[in-house]
Write a protein that binds this ligand. Structure first.
Ligand code: URA
Length: 435
């Protein structure tokens, strides 16, 4: 087989065979196909798209490029939850303990933040002592013993995706639906759970800018899961403005704890409860989605879900006094306010701009491997629909020094739009796709 022929075939709109796809993935993972040829093929895929058969085949080849985890020693239907990425998205820290409190075995491998989006592992690591590099054995034992574990993905899961994603990031080939679906699902299939609940974001701060594209991606990923004998369901959620008020690692952990105490922002609470309810439904702990949502509300209100988070922190060596007093996480030394320039209503808080401003406080990384400032970030004081007076504080930006805080505050100020009319309220949960 010849890589040039394969590139030309896709360039001209042809359909690649299973053998050709396997050849490419194996060859690239082993280092036998150079980056320049793989980049050309990725660009051809971006322009020419792939058939469903090609996408299924690509996903399987990427899954099989590394280890697959065997969770069969854990009784019950093991459920994973995945978000397609957003700003202020601390949903896992709330939904996973809620689902675990409902008896769903939650086995979750999470990632780090890159670009304007955050990652659960960075957030968890802001808790003193917290371990996020569990071995597979520790991961499996913890889920068996307490029903929940959230850890970093081992390098042996879908290594093809790791290499391909790094190349996509620098060749303008991230936003291709076949490449996104196969990237996410190869990792999810390798991680070994029986069911996957997908939170597919749409809006300014998401890969999918509109609901139609998010819906298409969600249905495609569900069909990949089912084709491989897994259960799957999806929530389409809004990501025009950041989720909740806090953006940045320790700031988001504190907000997630507040939410598990019943004092969280409305959008974060609603989305987390919906996801946990769907996880309970997929995990067959309830007989309808409505019952799942109802039960999720109960375990949030009675403190059982908070107890699950405490248990998980303790099992992973973290300091659980953070549950009683999130202020132990600390806050960056310098701050700067973003103020309203006029009276009116907040009509937009651009999640992409806030995500980038937060990254520039030090809360995110410019490149993989960069160190992050766990205590930096942005706390919104107003969200879309808030009435404001000139000079009201719209957001507070935290960073290690005043210069950084002021520069990020200037960037964050551009995220806010203020108009004379109160905008119509929009629902955070746009759609639910379940059987
Ligand atoms: N998340 C992934 O894991 N891969 C993508 O391609 C996009 C989002």
């Amino acid at each position: 087989m010849d890589m040039v022929d394969i590139i030309q075939k896709k360039r001209d709109g042809g359909e690649l065979t299973d053998e050709e796809i396997t050849y490419v993935i194996k060859g690239f993972t082993a280092g036998n196909i150079p980056d320049y040829q793989m980049s050309a093929l990725l660009m051809a895929i971006l322009f020419r798209n792939m058939t469903r058969r090609e996408i299924f085949s690509l996903t399987r080849a990427m899954r099989d490029s590394g280890d697959t985890i065997d969770l069969s020693v854990i009784p019950g239907i093991k459920v994973d939850k995945h978000s397609s990425g957003g700003v202020g998205d601390k949903t896992t820290l709330v939904a996973a303990p809620v689902a675990a409190a409902l008896g769903v075995p939650v086995a979750k491998m999470s990632g780090r933040g890159l670009g304007f989006t955050g990652g659960t592992i960075d957030k968890l690591e802001s808790i003193p002592g917290m371990r996020t590099n569990l071995s597979v054995e520790q991961f499996v034992n913890q889920v068996r013993e307490i029903g929940i574990a959230v850890t970093g993905q081992t390098g042996k899961i879908a290594p093809a995706d790791k290499k391909i994603y790094a190349l996509r990031d620098v060749t303008g080939t991230v936003d291709s639906i076949p490449l996104i679906a196969s990237s996410i699902m190869s990792k999810k299939l390798a991680a070994g759970t029986d069911a996957i609940v997908l939170d597919v974001k749409c809006g300014r701060g998401a890969f999918m800018r509109n609901q139609e594209a998010a819906d298409f991606l969600a249905r495609l990923m569900i069909s990949i899961a089912r084709e491989n004998g897994k259960k799957a369901a999806a929530i389409i959620s809004g990501m025009d403005e950041p989720l909740g008020y806090a953006v940045g690692n320790s700031l988001e952990v504190a907000e997630a704890i507040d939410t598990l105490k019943g004092n969280g922002p409305a959008d974060l609470t609603k989305l987390s409860i919906s996801i946990a309810g769907l996880m309970a439904y997929e995990g067959e702990k309830v007989s309808s989605l409505e019952e799942g949502v109802e039960k999720a509300q109960e375990v949030l209100a009675d403190g059982t879900a908070l107890l699950k988070l405490r248990q998980m922190i303790l099992y992973q060596n973290g300091d659980d006094s953070v549950i009683d007093d999130p202020s132990i996480l600390g806050i960056a030394a310098a701050s700067a306010n973003v103020r309203a320039g006029l009276d009116g209503y907040v009509t937009a808080v651009d999640a992409l701009r806030i995500g980038n401003a937060s990254r520039h406080t030090g809360a995110g990384r410019e490149e993989k491997g960069d160190a992050i400032d766990e205590t930096a970030g942005i706390v919104l004081k107003k969200k879309v629909g808030s009435e404001v007076k000139k000079d009201d504080v719209l957001a507070v930006v935290y960073a290690a020094d005043h210069e950084k805080a002021r520069a990020a505050a200037q960037e964050a100020a551009a995220a806010f739009a203020i108009g004379p009319e109160k905008p119509a309220a929009s629902n955070i949960v746009k759609d639910i796709i379940a059987e």
